[in-house]
Write a protein that binds this ligand. Sequence first.
Ligand code: COA
Length: 331
Amino acid sequence: MTKIRAAITGVGGYVPDYILTNQELETMVETSDEWITSRTGIKERRILKGENQGVSVLGIAAVNNMLAKTKIDPKEIDCVIFATVTADMTFPATANIVATAVGAVNAFSFDMGAACSGFIYALTTGASFIQSGMYKKVVVIGGDKMSAIMDYTDRSTCIIFGDGAGCVLLEPTTEDVGVIDAELKSDGAGETYLHMKAGGSRMPASQESIDKRLHYVYQEGSAVFKFAVTNMADVAAQITARNNLTPENIAWLVPHQANKRIIDATAHRVGITEDKVMMNIERYGNTTGGTIPLLLWDYEKQLKKGDNLLLAAFGGGFTWGAVYLKWAYNS
Ligand SMILES: CC(C)(COP(=O)(O)OP(=O)(O)OC[C@H]1O[C@@H](n2cnc3c(N)ncnc32)[C@H](O)[C@@H]1OP(=O)(O)O)[C@@H](O)C(=O)NCCC(=O)NCCS
């Protein structure tokens, strides 16, 4: 029987207009453009401003961008998965809101919460639906409105994150392209170092939780950094080795954009030179679920059919993983 693989057949993306620069952050917390640039590689990030603007706004714009390019009928979409930790509401799923807004009226849809690894978790899930033969068109979105859960008095965290979303369309193929391998990992011990304490069922919102600023991201940056450097590089090396990938036959490393130093360490570990590393952290910062699809969106025109792509991510949970795929089209 011919093997069915899930190929990425379209990409969409969206970042909001407002640009929060390092210079503006200098007026908000005690920091400097020099410190932020040298420690993280970030120069600016996008912020979704305005009342009643949830992450669905970003997801809808990203999917509409993909629909305009691929020209598929949204009624043909079978499933929409949204990887996010900043859902519009605890329920319903933001994926439901996006699916209806873009006209994917025949799709079932759900959110996936794996923080910065959310997109590769959702991509692997969506690819499995296609490979099983069950579904023919799956839209995988990754995106976050991190500004909604950012404490803009905490200089070690607020300088990193931004808002944005990207998406891909997955369709079946019998050609030698598509998602080939994935390795996904998690470790609940990571809760200590990166979490948001209040607003969930363990600590519902109260006057005290608001007064203590517990509805924002809590991060022990240097501890997260150490776990991220080791685990993202390890999993990338693991998937590289078992698929006989080499620095020569990998066309692009597509790394989660958390910190340029973590990206450099991952590239170094698999022997990939900087010209083959997708990077847009300087413009968008860390958009959590959004980083990897936003890279594919930014670099789409440079990608060629048959290119070997190595996706790698690390995030809250802890969660981490890597995906090996062959690009399926020329733009
Ligand atoms: C957050 C991060 C940039 C901090 O960089 P770092 O080199 O680890 O810095 P540290 O936290 O050790 O802090 C070093 C010093 O810089 C200071 N500092 C922290 N943020 C600062 C800022 N924005 N501006 C100036 N100084 C800052 C600290 O207070 C500390 O000062 P001290 O030595 O006087 O106590 C880095 O740890 C990081 O990127 N971690 C991973 C984050 C991540 O990827 N998270 C998302 C999950 S994927």
